[in-house]
Design a protein around this ligand. Structure first.
Ligand SMILES: [Zn+2]
Ligand SMILES: [Zn+2]
Length: 350
C-alpha cells in the first residue's frame, strides 16, 4: 500500500451559532451533539459536491419532522486517484496494486497474494493466474459486468475483478444524493446501518460491508484500491473500508480526523485504537461532540449501526437522468445471503 498523507486543510467554520473562524486543528470545545452537523457542509473538499446543497423538509425514522441537507456527492474522489486494484503479474508489488479485506484480514493484492490464495483460503480451486505469471483480470466492460454479478458464470470464476470509471454507463462518475438531518437526533439505541452509510468529504459514497462470502465463493477477488474503494456498474466508485484517505486536518492525541458524515448527521472519523467506543463505534468528546470512528478496514464495513435517527429511504443515484432506478441492468442483483440484510437490494457482487 502506498503511504497516503492526509491533506492538510484549513477548516473554516461558519457555525450557525454565529461564531466564525478558521482552524487547522480543532474546533472550539462544545459538547452539544448537534454541533458537528452545523458546520459539516464546510468540510466538503472542492469538487466533492455535484451540486449545491439544499435544505429540505424531512421525516426521520423516529417520526421527527425536521430539516435535512440534501447532499449530492460527485462520485469520484477529489484528492486521490481511483485504483490501482488488481495485479497484472504474479510478481507485482505493493505499490502497483490495491488491497483485499475479508472481515478478518487485510491483504495487499500483490502477485504473491495471488499465488498464496489456495493457502490463504485453504482451497486448491483458487487459480487466479495462468501458471505463466499472468494474472486473470477483468480487462473489458463485458468481463467485468459478468464477473461482478452474484451468480458468476464458471468462465469468470478465478478472476481478479476490477471495474474502471470509463466502463460506467455514460462514462461519467455516478453521483449519490443523500438526505442527512441538519441537527442529528440521538436515539441512544443502535439502528442498523444501511447503504449508503454516509458520504465522504472527498465526494464518495460509503457502502455497507462488501459481500465477501459471495465474492470468495465464486473464486473472485473484488479488489479495492488503497483507499478502500472500488467501482461497480451501479454505484460507480464507492468505498467499503476507511484507510485514512480524505481526512481533514490533524487531531488531538488519541483522536483521529474526520473524513465523512454518516446518514444520521454525525461525523465519521478515522479508526483509533481503544477509545471506549459504543456499539456503533461512537463516543462523545469535548472537542468533537458525539462522533463515530470507522471500524478497522479488515473488518469490512465502516459502520454497522447508527445512534441517531436517519431518513428512512434516502435516495441514491442521480435524481433525474442517469441510470434508471429499480432493477439493475444485466440481471445484476443483490448477492444471495450477502451483505447486511438491512441494505437495499441495490448492491451487486462487488
Ligand atoms: Zn473520537
Ligand atoms: Zn462494492
Amino acid at each position: 500500500m502506498k503511504i497516503l498523507l492526509p491533506i492538510q486543510i484549513i477548516i473554516c467554520t461558519l457555525a450557525i451559532s454565529g461564531s466564525a473562524g478558521c482552524s487547522s486543528e480543532s474546533q472550539e470545545a462544545n459538547p452539544q451533539e448537534s454541533k458537528a452537523s452545523s458546520s459539516a457542509l464546510d468540510l466538503f473538499m472542492a469538487g466533492a459536491l455535484a451540486k449545491d446543497v439544499a435544505t429540505v423538509d424531512c421525516t426521520l425514522s423516529d417520526g421527527t419532522v425536521t430539516s435535512c441537507y440534501e447532499i449530492t456527492v460527485s462520485g469520484t474522489p477529489t484528492n486521490h486517484q481511483v485504483g490501482p486494484f488488481c495485479p497484472r503479474t504474479t510478481s507485482a508489488t505493493e505499490d502497483e496494486v490495491g488491497i483485499w479485506l475479508d472481515g478478518e484480514n487485510l491483504y495487499e493484492v500483490t502477485g504473491q497474494f495471488i499465488l498464496d490464495l489456495p493457502t490463504i483460503y485453504n482451497d486448491d480451486n483458487w487459480m487466479l493466474h495462468d501458471g505463466e505469471g499472468r494474472v486473470r483480470v477483468t480487462e473489458t466492460k463485458e468481463a467485468f459486468e459478468a464477473a461482478a454479478r452474484p451468480d458468476v458464470g464458471a468462465e469468470y470464476e478465478n478472476y481478479c475483478v476490477e471495474g474502471r470509471m470509463e466502463w460506467i454507463d455514460g462514462g461519467k462518475p455516478i453521483t449519490t444524493t443523500v438526505q442527512i438531518p441538519v441537527s442529528p437526533v440521538s436515539k441512544r439505541v443502535a439502528i442498523p446501518a444501511q447503504a449508503p452509510l454516509g458520504v465522504t468529504f472527498n465526494g464518495v459514497r460509503i457502502d455497507a460491508a462488501a459481500p465477501v462470502d459471495a465474492i470468495l465463493g465464486a473464486y473472485t477477488i473484488a479488489a479495492f484500491d488503497d483507499c478502500g474503494g472500488h467501482v461497480n456498474p451501479f454505484e460507480g466508485y464507492h468505498m467499503h473500508a476507511a484507510t485514512g484517505c480524505g481526512e481533514l486536518g490533524d487531531a488531538a492525541k488519541g483522536e483521529a480526523p474526520p473524513f465523512a458524515i454518516a446518514m444520521d448527521g454525525f461525523l465519521i472519523h478515522s479508526t483509533i485504537e481503544g477509545g471506549d467506543l459504543d456499539d456503533c463505534n461512537g463516543h462523545t468528546t469535548d472537542e468533537y461532540g458525539y462522533h463515530y470512528h470507522a471500524r478497522s478496514p479488515e473488518l469490512n464495513g465502516v459502520l454497522t449501526c447508527y445512534m441517531g435517527a436517519i431518513v428512512p429511504s434516502s435516495r441514491s443515484g442521480p435524481p433525474g437522468g442517469g441510470r434508471p432506478r429499480g432493477r439493475p441492468p444485466h440481471g445484476l442483483g443483490p448477492p444471495s445471503g450477502g451483505e447486511n440484510s438491512a441494505a437495499p437490494a441495490r448492491h451487486d457482487h462487488s
